[in-house]
Design a protein around this ligand. Structure first.
Ligand code: ARG
Length: 559
């Protein structure tokens, strides 16, 4: 239908001398036609004519491949034959149907999940992972080369804090876990705060000493640091593996400390940054409408989050030659990224920088009100959430005897899909009743639809590719129209990275297929019809599988 849109745009330009966007809407079954177009109504003012007359004038110019009719106040209704649609799909089909090359030759960086080393992986880093992965998938489908990078939160003083706390604890290097390290870190932070309030500094000094020892290569400090880092990283990787997330690079904040500091000096010398009386360095951003300058370096010369982001941005732009950088980070950091991107403009850096932000994960609290997700112990750990999800899936599918791998796929599929139910800018409500349900808009519903199609194809494997004669595809129109929408959808979400639109599409396609089976029996149909219908199921299975893959939702073998 894209060529028809282009044709209408040309006709409008010719007849009325204006450029208008042309969209088609699918029309409900009770109305004659398959698509309707409201362009005539939009033109009424510019053309000074009644919309119905405009519609008739446009139709008179249209090529004869479809049937057209003026409807209602001035819609152009377009009827297409199922056969023509099937031919259109066949002509557009390829093994990467849905993909396009609009990003060809361009490099994007997608940054996720950017967890912090000091604490165990919590639900706070769930959305960065799912959204960042979907961003990568969508960009690749649009032809971009995508570099993925886990911007680990590993700078600052965690080591000194860990080492001091560890020495005070009853843990040994053999039995300490990532959860112990997390607790040690949280407790130490609290104790250090209390200490500071009391005007003391023994713990802070000890943490500092450990850092100095580490820098000096002290054997014990090196041993502790190596062990703690390994425990933390192994944990992060094992959670990512369970979520089926991975990144090509893992250049944490600490990797960029020196680069960032050197750049601060450079831009200070160039006058773009300013040194305060206390020695701290800022980047004024008034000229970008931001009256809070960005703090680039602490008064004691120590690096900040922004210092490492400065170094990192420079690295991505100049070493990786990135044309676009996507940061999948929660809404709390919106202002920070506004500052960072304004700073980049000030430095003359051209790339497209995008903060793919999102709301929090909420739960229904004991009082029935919506609140940020938490547990009795505080934050909800992602491992605990995944364990709980797997338990639910095992219960829901008790009779199916799912393999462990399939349980994992359904559990993570449900969680990931729930992240895409609504526009990412909204918070999401973690409602297990809905998320793991096989009905309604859920991951399992979409996964099941895909598994069902694959099963139909397996059962009828003999008929694949058989001749379907002059079958008219009348019963298949709705599914065909849906499948034909897919490439434009993938192209349409590339700019704003609206993965939820893909999720909505997958749900609608799955529903459309369920309706289809009711009207169009497959196994009992005569050979040529059966072959035609299998051809369609194969296309639908591919598109649904591809759509879910863009979201990082895996398809189980069975469910
Ligand atoms: N580790 C940070 C956090 O958990 C997120 C890092 C975001 N990325 C960045 N380049 N600043 O809040």
């Amino acid at each position: 239908m894209d060529s028809l849109k282009t044709k209408i745009i040309e006709i409008v330009k010719k007849l009325y001398g204006v450029d208008v966007p042309v969209e088609f809407a699918a029309v409900p079954a009770e109305i004659k036609g398959d698509y309707s177009c409201n362009v005539a109504m939009r033109l009424a003012k510019a053309a000074g004519k009644a919309p119905r007359d405009i519609a008739a004038e446009i139709i008179a110019e249209l090529p004869g491949e479809y049937a057209y009719e003026v409807a209602g106040p001035g819609f152009i209704n377009i009827s297409v034959s199922g056969k023509a649609l099937s031919e259109q799909l066949e002509a557009a089909w390829s093994e990467d149907y849905g993909n396009n090359q609009s990003g060809a030759g361009k490099v994007a960086v997608s940054e996720f999940p950017s967890t912090n080393m000091a604490k165990p992986y919590s639900v706070g880093h769930l959305r960065p992972g799912t959204q960042g992965w979907a961003a990568k998938q969508i960009l690749e489908a649009n032809g971009w080369k995508v570099i993925t990078d886990n911007h680990l939160g590993d700078a600052g003083t965690p080591f000194g804090i860990w080492a001091t706390g560890f020495k005070r604890s009853d843990k040994t290097l053999d039995d300490i876990t990532v959860y112990d390290l997390g607790e040690i870190y949280i407790k130490m932070k609290a104790d250090m705060k209390a200490e500071e309030a009391a005007g003391e500094h023994a713990l802070a000094d000890s943490a500092q000493d450990w850092l100095l020892k580490l820098e000096a290569g002290d054997a014990e400090a090196v041993e502790l640091s190596t062990r703690f880092n390994k425990i933390s990283l192994d944990h992060i990787h094992s959670v990512m593996k369970r979520m089926n997330l991975s990144t090509e690079y893992e250049l944490g904040e600490s990797y960029f400390v020196e680069r960032g500091k050197a750049l601060v000096e450079k831009y200070l010398a160039e006058g773009k940054f300013v040194k305060n009386d206390d020695g701290s360095v800022i980047c004024p951003l008034d000229e970008y409408g931001i009256d809070v300058p960005m703090l680039m370096l602490k008064s004691n010369g120590a690096a900040l989050y922004a210092t490492t982001d400065l170094g990192c941005l420079d690295y991505r732009l100049h070493e990786w030659k990135a044309d676009r950088i996507v940061y999948a980070v929660g809404a709390e950091q919106k202002f920070y990224f506004e500052q960072l991107f304004a700073m980049a403009k000030k430095l003359g850096w051209e790339a497209e920088l995008q903060h793919v932000w999102f709301g929090t994960i909420d739960q229904v609290g004991p009082d029935g009100k919506r609140e940020k997700m938490s547990s009795r112990k505080g934050v909800v750990l992602l491992e605990a959430m995944l364990d709980d999800a797997e338990k639910r899936v095992r219960e829901n599918f008790a009779s199916e005897e799912l393999s462990d791998e399939d349980v994992r796929k359904v559990a993570t599929g449900a969680i990931k899909y729930s992240d895409f139910i609504a526009d990412r800018k909204m918070g999401i409500l973690y409602d297990p009743e809905k998320i793991f349900a096989l009905t309604g808009q859920s991951g399992p519903f979409c996964q099941y639809a895909c598994v069902r199609m694959r099963r139909i194809l397996e059962k009828n494997a003999d008929f694949a590719g058989a001749d379907f004669g002059d079958y008219d595809f009348a019963a298949e129109k709705a599914v065909l129209l849906k499948l034909l929408d897919f490439p434009a959808l993938v192209a349409g979400v590339a700019d704003n990275l609206e993965a939820h639109r893909i999720a909505g599409y997958c749900f609608e396609l799955a529903q459309e297929m369920n309706r289809y089976y009711e009207n169009a029996p497959i196994s009992s149909a005569e050979d040529s019809i059966r072959a035609a219908r299998l051809w369609l199921v194969e296309k639908a299975a591919f598109v649904l599988g591809r759509g879910l893959d863009l979201l990082g939702v895996e398809i189980p073998e069975k469910m």
